[in-house]
Design a protein. Structure first.
Length: 743
């Protein structure tokens, strides 16, 4: 180690010139296993890219022998772009776990019983298949819960039988494992894999085929993994297998930012790595380049309360910056009012643009009141993680045709194709087709394509048979972009959507955007086909889409903000039960509260220049229909002494109050005075009408159609309700005006 330190201090390699001493040490340790515990904003992406560049230019490693794994497409793209500027090659493999596994499986899928044109199921396809299995077996299970168990089972590399042993204390264990077993069978039959399958099947492939395993172990002589704290067991197993030959495995992570244990991430992988690779060299990165000193002080004090971590203390050469401020409002509405008015003031002063602000919350159910207030102030904003482009119904419907053309075993895509545009095929006919195809051990599409005039279902499905046959033939002679444009016109997709309402026009424009995106993909990737395109959009994650957002304020959960940074951050809703959540407070497992604390740490360290921590003293509770006092988050108490309370004035409450100026009382903390200004008279909403809408209710809107209530009314004074409509996505509506009826 002393030699490495001496080399780092004396190294004048231009490739490493931008690194500080802390970063140079692991960059120069090129042989053997290395673990870097990298604090928030400590430049781990810089370290990773410079280390790869040093391997190529300084150690003369063939770029093809380097594999770098990140968690998002956006991070992989950023790393590739940085390296392209540093070294004259793009031959190294830089991708996400899922993209890497999809690439390997496309080549070797037959070894594990799949064909190479397998479909990749996203969350919606997975949920729909699970629902069908639950309904077919008349089980009393919820789709979301079963989907979670499926992921948990697969991430731990268990089959249904062994998973049952792990959860047998659960009263529904037998039924859950029955669904898991059928689900896995159906996926195999449909020649489809979900996201978890990509990892699981890749591990399976490497374990059962010695020749394939040796090939990739020899190919990837140097492996680098980013965000290592977010790996689950199956991902950890994958990189262990790949690195068994050379042991040149370099992992970078921050156990203080492990916030995904609920979807399988295991923070213990950080410590397990050191046990599994005893020769591991461990380094720490503690210099923060992102935030000011006044932001790091509360972050350090907060996370020091966690026990399961490599102890680090972030420091920075940045200036002190504005003091972190705690804002205490009388109610959650006034809390949102403060946030919106502060953003408006800073934008008007020319100090910041809308894109410089982020409103971070523990749960997205809080987003509505912030949307309301920003709308009232005329501030452009986007709720990040909402109903995304590739999840919209008309997009899914159109893509189902492409999925069937490349994989005729995909029953899920074929059923969707049958329903759009309407073809006069009823639910009974679809079910009859499914049962006959199942009995003959073929897919629904395969059966339809072999129908004869004498068959009972021929008249019902002959139009579908002819359409698919023609599309398959035309695909052979057309470019991808031209073909999709042709498909939209031939099938009559835009005509089926109609043009009667503004929503119809928006959906038609979405189809135009889809065609444009496929044309662009085809022009940028002339050697890629439909399968490559479908894979690229299926593996697209939430965080990859944020870079396309215009100059707008970002409203998002802390989970979705991971890996991002903003000049000004508001962390809102800091009361017990919300942040941390009640289930963590009441849990017998101390790790649950530690994860909530890590979430708070992630939220704080997204801020570059200024941080606001906001909470209310009261909240309207829907169940009791009363305004109740709420308690301050324990995290604020844990950080006490690291920020200074300031008095302030708050003028012109634009939405609920008349424009009277009033001052807060001078105490040790900020809060709005309880001497409330007189409220403007508001139109009342019948309480019985409000109470009649519950979460999960099916409702009908004369313009938007049918949907399900996702967030019921939580405040009688505003009476807003959030509905996920089947055709147009998520809408937040006022019960004063919305023609909404319970079905």
């Amino acid at each position: 180690m002393n030699n490495i330190v001496e080399e780092a201090l004396n190294n004048n390699d231009l490739i490493l010139d931008e690194l500080n001493k802390e970063q140079k040490l692991p960059a120069l340790t090129t042989e053997g296993p290395v673990l870097v515990s990298a604090g928030a904003g400590s430049g781990k992406t810089r370290l990773l890219t410079h280390r790869i560049a040093y391997l190529v230019k300084g150690k003369f490693i063939n770029p093809r022998n380097i594999l770098a794994i990140t968690f998002t497409n956006k991070a992989a793209k950023e790393m590739r772009e940085r390296l392209a500027k540093m070294i004259d090659t793009t031959e190294m493999q830089i991708s996400t776990f899922h993209s890497l596994c999809a690439k390997l499986l496309r080549r070797h899928a037959p070894i594990i019983g799949f064909s190479q044109n397998f479909s990749i199921y996203g969350d919606e396809e997975k949920s729909r298949l699970v629902k069908r299995i639950i309904d077919d077996n008349t089980l009393n299970l919820t789709v979301n819960n079963v989907c979670w168990h499926i992921s948990e089972c697969k991430s731990k590399l268990l089959d249904a039988q062994n998973y049952y042993k792990a959860i047998m204390s659960n009263k529904d264990a037998l039924d859950i494992c029955k669904v898991i077993e059928v689900y896995c069978y159906e996926c195999q039959k449909n020649n489809a894999m979900d996201f978890d399958d990509l990892i699981v099947n890749c591990v399976k492939l490497l374990e059962i085929d010695k020749e394939v395993r040796s090939f990739y172990q020899n190919l990837y002589k140097y492996i680098l993994v980013d965000e290592f704290q977010d790996t689950n067991y199956s991902q950890y197993k994958l990189i262990k297998v790949l690195s068994e030959m050379h042991h040149n495995i370099f992992v970078v992570g921050d156990e203080d930012q492990c916030i995904y244990t609920w979807r399988g991430a295991e923070v213990i992988n950080m410590s397990n790595f050191v046990k599994d690779f005893p020769e591991t060299k461990v380094f720490k990165l503690e210099q923060n380049y992102r935030s000011t000193k006044n932001i790091l002080r509360p972050a350090n004090k907060l996370i020091d309360s966690n026990k399961n971590r490599f102890k680090k203390v972030l420091w920075t050469d940045n200036e002190d910056g504005p003091e972190t401020e705690e804002i205490v409002a009388y109610s959650d509405l006034e809390e949102a009012e403060f946030v919106a008015s502060t953003i408006k003031s800073k934008i008007q002063s020319g100090e910041y643009n809308p894109k410089d602000f982020a409103i971070l919350m523990r749960v997205n159910a809080l987003s509505r009141i912030y949307e309301e207030k920003l709308l009232a102030y005329g501030i452009a904003h986007q709720v990040y993680g909402g109903f995304k482009f590739y999840e919209r119904k008309e997009i899914k419907d159109t893509l189902s045709y492409l999925k069937v053309l490349v994989n005729d075993k995909d029953n899920d895509a074929f059923i969707r194709l049958l329903g759009f545009p309407k073809k006069g095929i009823g639910e009974k006919s679809v079910k009859d087709l499914y049962l006959i195809a199942h009995s003959k051990n073929v897919s629904m599409c395969e059966y339809v394509m072999n129908l004869k005039p004498s068959d009972s279902l021929y008249k019902k499905f002959v139009i579908v048979k002819d359409q698919i046959a023609k599309l398959k033939e035309d695909l052979k002679s057309m470019q991808l972009g031209d073909f999709v444009d042709y498909l939209v016109k031939m099938i009559g997709i835009k005509e089926a959507i109609g043009n009667k309402t503004e929503e119809d026009q928006t959906r038609q424009m979405n189809i135009d955007d889809l065609v444009r995106s496929i044309r662009q993909f085809s022009e940028t990737n002339p050697d890629m086909n439909i399968t490559d395109y479908l894979e690229s959009v299926t593996l697209l994650r939430d965080i990859d889409e944020l870079e396309d957002v215009n100059n707008t304020v970002t409203i998002t959960t802390v989970h979705s903000a991971k890996g991002l940074e903003f000049p000004v951050v508001f962390v809102v809703g800091l009361v017990e039960g919300l942040f941390p959540l009640s289930r963590a407070i009441n849990s017998d497992n101390p790790d649950d509260l530690e994860e909530e604390r890590r979430l708070m740490y992630v939220a704080i360290t997204r801020a570059k220049n200024q941080l606001y921590l906001t909470r209310s003293r009261t909240k309207f509770v829907y169940e009791t229909r009363r305004t109740e006092v709420v308690r301050c988050s324990r995290f604020l108490k844990e950080m006490s002494g690291t920020y200074k309370a300031q008095n302030f004035e708050f003028d012109n409450l634009v939405t609920r109050y008349s424009p009277n100026t009033y001052k807060v009382e001078t105490t040790g903390e900020k809060y709005f005075s309880e001497n409330k200004p007189e409220k403007i008279e508001e139109k009342k909403v019948n309480n019985e009408l409000i109470a009649s809408f519950q979460k999960g209710d099916r409702v009908f809107h004369t313009h938007f159609g049918e949907g399900v209530v996702t967030i019921p009314v939580t405040d009688f004074s505003t009476a807003f309700i959030t509905v996920k409509f089947d055709k147009v996505g998520i809408k937040t509506l006022s019960l004063r005006f919305a023609p909404l009826k319970k079905i």
